[in-house]
Unconditional design. Structure first.
Length: 234
């Protein structure tokens, strides 16, 4: 199926298993398989998340946040550089939704991400819903986050729906995109130029027409910002 899709469309590879921020050793079996797949399908880029998913051989299947310390920054920069050297290409690193913060943090999430991108010389993937959700969960200013992200390193935007849990917004990808995220997308489009947008929908699927309507709306918002929506896909 992938071969047939690749014959017609550009593709990107988006992972949840690299665990780039973990203190566990890098999984070179996984990275070898990833490199092999990438050489076969030639994706426009490979993306994964700024997170850890486990230690000591246990995979928690959650995208867990990191403390924003200089020590963690050194650690993640080193691992991204090693992975990029091994794969022979830059990674795109995505901001996650988070539900806890660390008392040890020495800087904001957006400062950490900006430093990370410069020092690791990687691309970034900006998930608009994750900025919205985390800004609510941790009471920070969305504009500070968006304004600090180096625009020339962002290769893709993500849009998604989330679930309300009262005190928190949970990044479940099983709801329509909310109006606040549409507004934020409208605000960020001019800053990041003509780049790809992807709508993430993983569960509780509506009729296909409703998914396509969200895609049309994303294209219309991008066009309204006078930015051609290249490669938008549901
Ligand atoms: Fe995402």
């Amino acid at each position: 199926m992938l071969e047939r899709i690749r014959n017609t469309y550009p593709i990107v590879m988006h992972g949840v298993s690299m665990s780039i921020a973990s203190t566990a050793p890098l999984d070179f079996d996984y990275l070898r398989a990833l490199k092999s797949l990438a050489s076969r399908f030639q994706p426009a880029w490979i993306s994964d998340h700024l997170c850890w998913t486990g230690v000591h051989g246990v995979n928690l299947h959650d995208l867990l946040p990191v403390p924003y310390t200089l020590e963690a920054l050194d650690h993640v920069v080193d691992r991204i550089r090693r992975v990029q050297d091994f794969l022979g290409r830059r990674l795109a690193i995505e901001n996650v939704s988070s539900y806890v913060t660390f008392a040890e943090s020495e800087m904001d999430e957006w400062t950490f991400i900006r430093e990370l991108a410069e020092r690791a010389d990687c691309w970034l993937l900006l998930d608009v819903n994750n900025v919205f959700g985390s800004s609510f969960n941790h009471s920070f200013d969305q504009a500070s986050f968006i304004g600090a992200v180096p625009a020339d390193r962002v290769v893709q935007l993500h849009l998604a729906g989330h679930s309300e849990a009262g005190t928190h917004k949970i990044d479940t990808h099983d709801q329509p995109i909310c109006e606040e995220v549409w507004s934020l997308y409208h605000e960020v489009c001019p800053r990041f130029g003509s780049i790809s947008t992807m709508i993430e929908r993983d569960d509780n699927f509506p009729p296909f027409d409703e998914l396509m309507a969200e895609l049309d709306r994303a294209r219309a918002v991008a066009a309204c910002a006078r930015i051609p929506a290249q490669g938008a896909a549901a």
